[in-house]
Design a protein around this ligand. Structure first.
Ligand code: ATP
Length: 311
């Protein structure tokens, strides 16, 4: 086996309800994950011969401009950590080079690092013929972080606990999204800290029955009205410019708008593909965001796209 490529989706949270901080420093969440068709690609191949061959070599590419430089290339990279976890379960694992082709914004609230980690779990499991089950991969994902399990499931799913206990949601709808990407990123821990400051003693998080009914009906207008993110006030407090981005997309006809996860990316639900293009054009012309992406949800889970050339 010479190479395996896995395509793995970004996410937006349709609802993010945040409870008080727990004893272990995490927050209890109700987190409705929705995969969108904006994909990173994770490729694993046999390591090139060189003087020192680490178990996992790492490189990165993509059109994210200066954002790309913020992807760590050392042991802290979540995808490299994921590869090493698979190797831990695979004693005969030979050294590999891991390549990340990134389209998901870095530190943008779309769980790009978690997506890469999930992609690396699937790619390494295939490359090393590690034989890990979906349940095994979900357990390794939970070790890596709260958002890593979801891309292994894809579609739309409710996460509880710190977000990692997933229940898939059956939804017939196809939704049209616009994402407004920001200059710079926001640190997820900083946004949670600001949330705790703004909202001490938050109540236990609860799911929203209206959102679930909208999803069950595949009704985009209802879904747009029900989108919610408890982290939004904290993200806007740290990045006041986001309020203008949200207002601009709403005025351009979005059915709903919210900060994606911990931000600073903003997400807009459109009534149609043409509507999404129009909203993106208005956002681009406003000069309030760095770039826009139009895409659809929900997308599928992390999957192998380029099998395996020769042996
Ligand atoms: P989330 O939505 O899960 O809070 P995010 O989308 O805001 O995450 P990421 O793109 O996952 O943010 O990056 C957060 C930080 O994680 C980055 O600033 C970077 O230092 C680190 N990181 C580790 N591995 C990766 C990776 N493979 N890609 C991007 N960032 C990574």
């Amino acid at each position: 086996m010479t190479a395996v490529t896995v395509r793995v989706p970004a996410k937006v949270n349709l609802q993010l309800a945040v409870g008080p901080v727990r004893g272990d420093g995490y927050h209890d969440l109700v987190n409705v994950f929705h995969a969108v068709a904006l994909f990173d690609e994770v490729t694993v191949r046999e390591a090139r011969p060189r003087a020192e061959r680490p178990l996992v070599g790492l490189s990165v590419s993509g059109d994210l401009g200066p954002h790309l430089a913020r992807v760590p290339l050392d042991d802290t990279n979540l995808a490299a950590r994921a590869a090493r976890l698979v190797a831990r379960e695979t004693p005969a694992a030979a050294p590999v080079d891991l390549h990340l082709h990134k389209r998901i914004p870095v530190a943008g609230g779309m769980a790009g690092g978690s997506a890469d980690a999930a992609g690396a779990l699937v790619a390494c499991n295939t490359f090393w013929s590690a034989g890990l089950s979906q349940g095994d991969l979900l357990a390794l994902a939970a070790e890596l972080g709260s958002d890593v399990a979801f891309p292994l499931v894809g579609g739309t799913a409710v996460g509880t606990g710190r977000g990692e206990v997933l229940t898939p949601v059956d939804s017939p709808g196809r939704y049209h999204w616009v994402f407004a990407l920001a200059e710079g990123g926001l640190s997820t821990p900083d946004v949670f800290a600001e949330y705790d400051r703004l909202r001490p003693g938050a109540p236990a998080p609860e799911g929203d029955p209206e959102l679930m009914a909208a999803l069950a009906a595949g009704d985009a207008a209802r879904l747009g009205a029900a989108l919610s993110n408890d982290l939004e006030p904290a993200a806007v407090s740290l990045r006041p410019d986001l309020a203008g981005v949200l207002d601009t997309g709403r005025a351009a006809g979005a059915l709903g708008a919210l900060v994606s996860g911990s931000g600073p990316t903003c997400a807009f639900l459109a009534a149609s593909a043409a509507g999404a293009v129009e909203i993106a054009a208005v956002l681009d012309a406003s000069g309030r965001c760095a770039a826009t992406v139009t895409t659809e949800g929900h997308a599928g889970r992390a999957e192998v796209v380029a099998p395996v050339a020769g042996r």
